[in-house]
Design a protein around this ligand. Structure first.
Ligand code: IMP
Length: 461
């Protein structure tokens, strides 16, 4: 028996897909723990690219895959993804999870729009909107906490009751949006001539009812007590993977609040999200070789002038090089991700919260021919040096200056398959990560293909 949890160590987009797939191969059951349609995870299997938003990655290997209570599930999106698999996958959906309906997206959009209208100037890094994915995530979790939300058991239940509940919730959201003097519209995100634009589509209660009823009919058969299923699987000695979404620094409690998502993204939170007791767990932290962030909030080592949205003309050449090499842009919106030098202060904090037992380092090859590589080992805040990360104090983080250690750069490593063959600069960088996290770097990804992976004495189970 074994339980492995995979979590992003930074701000998401760490390349979790490839590592998750390597681990899933030996798993019996894969469980998605948190988040919703805000994440898009890319998997390349047998040369074919798949992007999954809501479906757990186990479906790609024909394994039983579950959506836990901690998820917020957008039913039309899930139906769309299931359609792509011809509905021929084995999934289970926890009856207690909350569903995201179109009015949640309308509220998410209205809040972001109102915040941006209020923000002064064009740099929205400190004030202004969060830069959410406009997927209705915050409003859905908010309704869960206020005990007004609609759960999956209701979506799959009595249709007349469901319609009534949807109408009540639509009217509630309409009332909030009206306070900002805005209309109830759905954000339709698009790229037009390379630019990110959001079209506004009016939203009616009847449409929301239709979405709820039709998707409830299609998805009802997948209802399963996920908590019980996982407890029984572990009891039967099966191998279980918990697939976390986003990254630790986006955690609602321990990330850079309020510039965070609305779920708990840390590994220990997965016990509560799935509904199992704290049995032994291996925690694989996915560390991207350079941090990236979408949306506003502090990134101390940022090479994009600390700006959000990124003004690419003001970006440092290193950020431009990395963005081009790794196409560091949002999958849905095409917005440039903010890029920074590696930051060991953040990593130390992330490991402290998660208890990493192993690290998987991704996209190391992207740093080739960058010389020197600057790795932040401490911050200087108001003249004092520290390696403690004040995640709660965004003003202090805005004043923090990175203290760098310079490492020698390295060339092309995409053909390396043994740790011993890595160049000295890469090894020095790996040692710094191990010092900061206290965990071995057991998986090193040196290219997008599955075989471009170095395993150092690593077996997931
Ligand atoms: P929300 O989760 O859509 O509410 O967005 C809140 C913050 O989390 C924003 O800064 C988003 O850019 C960020 N975020 C949400 N999901 C992801 C993800 O999968 N990768 C990276 N950032 C994300």
């Amino acid at each position: 028996m074994g339980l492995v949890t995979i979590v992003g160590a930074l701000w998401g987009d760490e390349g979790k897909g490839k590592i998750t797939d390597v681990v899933n191969e030996q798993a019996d059951l894969i469980v998605k723990t948190n988040g919703g349609a805000n994440a898009g995870t890319t998997f390349v299997i047998d040369g074919k690219k798949h992007v999954l938003h809501l479906l757990p990655s186990g479906v790609l290997r024909g394994k039983r895959s579950l959506l836990a209570q901690g998820i917020v599930m957008r039913p039309e999106q899930l139906c769309k993804e299931l359609e792509e698999f011809d509905w021929k996958v084995s999934i289970g959906i926890d009856p207690r999870l909350h569903v995201t309906l179109p009015y949640h997206l309308a509220l998410d959009y209205a809040r972001e729009k109102a915040a941006d209208l209020k923000a002064k100037g064009d740099n929205k890094t400190v004030g202004g909107a969060i830069g959410t994915t406009l997927s209705g995530i915050g409003p859905t979790y908010e309704q869960q906490k206020s005990r007004a939300g609609i759960r999956f058991c209701e979506l799959a239940g009595d249709e007349e009751k469901l319609k009534k509940r949807v109408e009540e919730n639509y009217n509630y959201v309409k009332g909030i949006i009206a306070q900002s003097g805005l209309d109830v519209v759905m954000p339709d995100r698009k790229q037009v001539d390379g630019k990110y634009v959001v079209n506004e589509v009016p939203l009616t209660p009847e449409y929301c009812q239709q979405v709820a009823v039709e998707s409830g009919r299609k998805l009802g058969k997948y209802l399963s007590d996920v908590s019980l299923e996982v407890i029984e699987a572990l009891g039967a000695g099966k191998n279980v993977v918990f697939q976390g979404a986003q990254g630790t620094m986006l955690d609602i409690g321990f990330g850079n609040y309020p510039k965070v998502t609305s779920s708990e993204t840390r590994a220990p939170a997965a016990y509560a999200a799935v509904g199992i007791p704290p049995v032994p767990m291996r925690v694989i932290g996915i560390v991207k070789a350079y941090p990236t962030k979408v949306g506003s909030g502090p990134v101390v080592t940022c090479l994009d002038g600390g700006r959000w949205p990124v003004d690419e003309a003001c970006s440092d050449d290193i950020a431009k090089t990395i963005r081009k090499r790794a196409n560091e842009r949002g999958a849905t919106t095409g917005r440039a991700r903010r890029i920074g030098w590696p930051d060991m202060v953040v990593l130390k904090y992330s490991s402290q919260l998660n208890g990493f037992t192993n690290i998987a380092l991704t996209l190391l090859d992207v740093l080739h021919d960058i010389d020197p590589i600057k790795v932040c080992v401490e911050y200087e805040i108001d003249g004092k040096r520290t390696d403690a990360y004040p995640s709660w104090d965004l003003d202090a983080l805005a004043r923090a200056k990175p203290v760098y250690k310079e490492l020698p750069g390295f060339g092309d490593i995409t053909g390396v398959r043994e740790y011993g063959q890595l160049p000295d600069g890469a090894k020095q960088y790996i040692r710094l990560i191990e010092q900061a996290t206290g965990a071995p770097v057991s998986i090193i990804s040196v290219g997008p293909d599955r075989e471009q992976t170095i395993l150092r004495d690593f077996k997931p189970f």
